[in-house]
Design a protein around this ligand. Structure first.
Ligand code: G3P
Ligand code: MG
Length: 256
């Protein structure tokens, strides 16, 4: 499925998070209306082992709550307001479960599920996510990624048919991840920080049959540079801007 989406792929990072509160149904639905090809979300476990969608390990930046996500039960998390921190117009927007996201947009788009069990790397997140993906029959519509290579190894065992994206931090740490973790996990896409992406990195990946999906690209000039050198896709908070940029590039090519 990933290969069938016309490249470059526009992936809405935490949904259309420049225009709606990140990792909420409002942001995911808006992303699709803005022309995103796919959405990216951050999955982790609540205290009672339900898969919830929230980026930070703590609830404090995006809600009125205090403490770590995995110290809250799902019922408690659901009472939090994950919308007001962005804009009062989104007051009451809840932290979604992965199940809800699948129900809302699972059949409409492609989903990059980042396994974000960075605080509890040995927890049951891969098992819980895999069971939801199976239940919704979405294994051909998801791409898994993580900075936690243990989670990637486990999810590969559980859903071997789904592609894996290796997240690499910026700079020398990214180089280390690419060379060492790359030996432990067979991955189909590399997800580097966009500042590390150049034509050589793209060529090398392509020669190994891998794709490059660069995060997180929010300025038009960066989008243009990456599209020009043949990136396979970008994560962006602003899918509308990315779509408009691609349209302008293709118009200017057809004039020439
Ligand atoms: O997958 C790209 C990006 O989401 C990784 O970083 O911290 O935004 O989850 P972060
Ligand atoms: Mg993420």
């Amino acid at each position: 499925m990933l290969a069938q989406i016309p490249h470059p792929i526009i992936i809405a990072h935490r949904g259309a998070s420049a225009h709606a509160p990140e990792n909420t149904l409002a942001a995911f639905e808006l992303a699709l209306r803005q022309g995103a090809d796919a959405i990216e979300l951050d999955a982790k476990l609540s205290k009672d082992k339900q898969v919830v969608v929230i980026h930070d390990q703590s609830v404090e930046r995006t809600t009125e709550g205090k403490g770590y996500v995995n110290e809250w039960t799902l019922a408690e998390l659901r009472k939090l307001d994950a919308g007001s921190h962005f804009d009062i117009a989104f007051q009451g927007e809840p932290i979604p479960t992965l199940d809800e996201v699948f129900k809302a947009v699972g059949q409409l788009t492609f989903i990059n599920i980042e396994l974000t069990n960075y605080r509890s790397p040995y927890d049951q997140l891969p098992e819980r996510v895999a069971s939801l993906v199976r239940r919704h029959k979405l294994s051909r519509r998801v791409l898994f990624s993580s900075f936690n290579f243990l989670a990637l190894i486990r999810i590969r065992q559980l859903i071997p048919e789904a592609p894996i994206g290796l997240l690499a931090p910026a700079g020398w740490r990214g180089l280390l991840v690419r060379s060492w973790v790359g030996r432990l996990v067979n991955y189909q896409c590399l997800h580097p920080d966009f500042t590390d992406v150049n034509a050589r990195l793209i060529d090398t990946a392509h020669s190994k049959g891998q794709c490059i999906l660069a995060y997180t690209v929010n300025l038009e000039e960066d989008m243009r540079r990456l599209f020009q050198i043949g990136v396979d896709g970008i994560f962006t908070d602003d899918p509308a801007l990315a779509r408009q940029t691609l349209v302008e590039i293709s118009r200017s090519k057809s004039i020439i």
